[in-house]
Design a protein around this ligand. Sequence first.
Ligand code: NAI
Length: 438
Amino acid sequence: MEEYLVKDIKLWQKGEELIYWAERHMPVLMKIKERFSREKPFEGLKIGASLHVTKETAVLVRALVAGGAEVYLAPCNPLSTQDEVAAALANEGVHVYAWRGMSFEEYYSAIGKVMGIKPDITMDDGADLVTTIHKIYWNTGDKDAEMALKASGSIDIKSLVKKIKGGTEETTTGVNRLRTMEREGILLYPIIAVNESYTKYLFDNRYGTGQSTLDGIIRATNVLIAGKTVVVCGYGWCGRGIARRAKGLGAHVVVTEVDPIKALEAVFDGFTVMPLEKAAEIGDIFITATGNINVIRGEHIVKMKDGAILANAGHFNVEISLKDLKELSVKRRKIRDYVEEYELKNGKKIYLLCEGRLVNLVAAEGHPSEVMDMSFSNQALAVEYIVANEGKLEPKVYKIPDELDIRVAELKLESMGIRIDKLTEEQKKYLSSWKVGT
Ligand code: NAI
């Protein structure tokens, strides 16, 4: 197996600078790294990861390496790799198989290479690595999985699965896939759903995606957000953050939802809610954040205004129907980095950002380091938890224990110099009693 495959190893110095900047803003993970380097919880273990190869991921990888692990890293999106960071990691001995703009085949070969080293632990963002392993094991005949198997050197999948102690999953879409596998009784090893930690989704999905999605749209287009009508599809944790940031920049925000409770929450938060069919007619910028498929379809696209911009923040490039967009168009051309102009048969021009892939990671740098500090601290602690509980966990999807989640919050507050109150003994007693009333 190659030591690494990156775009240009000479970019390593620039990558180091980027990682240094991330480290400066990730104090909790740096503290965990310090402890890992003393305690070496991962001595002799191989960790196979499929994550966005960003400067924040590099900080996580360094923490795992400090803990004694050998790390093999594939991307979790063909367009999100920061080539400088990949070069810096390769330069310090991490086995990285990633570059920006990989083809489908290259992407699944990278996943295969990570499988081929027979990891003890898998780490995913979106579940492409773990599902590829399962597709091969269950012989689903999936073409991508077969490509990965070939690139792995045709490893014996049964012995690989036997060796894996557990895995972690970073995002909502990945957790959804894994929970479905658990329900169908086909999950082969325990998974820690990092996304379900409070210190992950409340901050990463809301504030991280909120800010970086707008950042991505602005970097790609440089349009003024103030005065625009921004349509946010999905009012989950990401959607809430995106809607709030768009409003803060002066947009009139319209939310579309399928869940009555979320829709009501959006109304009470001060947003206009309507079906996408109606919103399509008035929106200037459309942002999907649903984790669902074909949310923006042909029937919506034909109603859009000339010049409408389409962006996606959800994990996969399935939320905007690219098929419909292509079928409705007579002409298509790239007009700026990450901006493609589609000229429709009805004469209108629609602008698709980042080929429908997550705009914050493709056109910008992904989430700010400060939120990834908490997400990746959860990742690091999740790996430690799997190792410490080897043999005790079943092939199920687990949440990180609350005490670890709370510990991450405590460390984050501490790093920000913020202290909070403690319950008095009397208050503790009151809260656990039922006798005191009016
Ligand atoms: P969530 O489950 O909290 O919210 C999704 C919302 O979309 C739900 O309220 C659901 O009712 C709504 N929805 C589903 N289908 C819809 C439809 N057809 N039209 C309108 N609304 C619809 O999920 P969360 O955490 O907000 O994540 C959303 C997506 O973003 C996932 O794919 C997740 O993996 C991804 N994600 C992306 C990040 C990034 O960096 N870009 C970071 C974190 C998550």
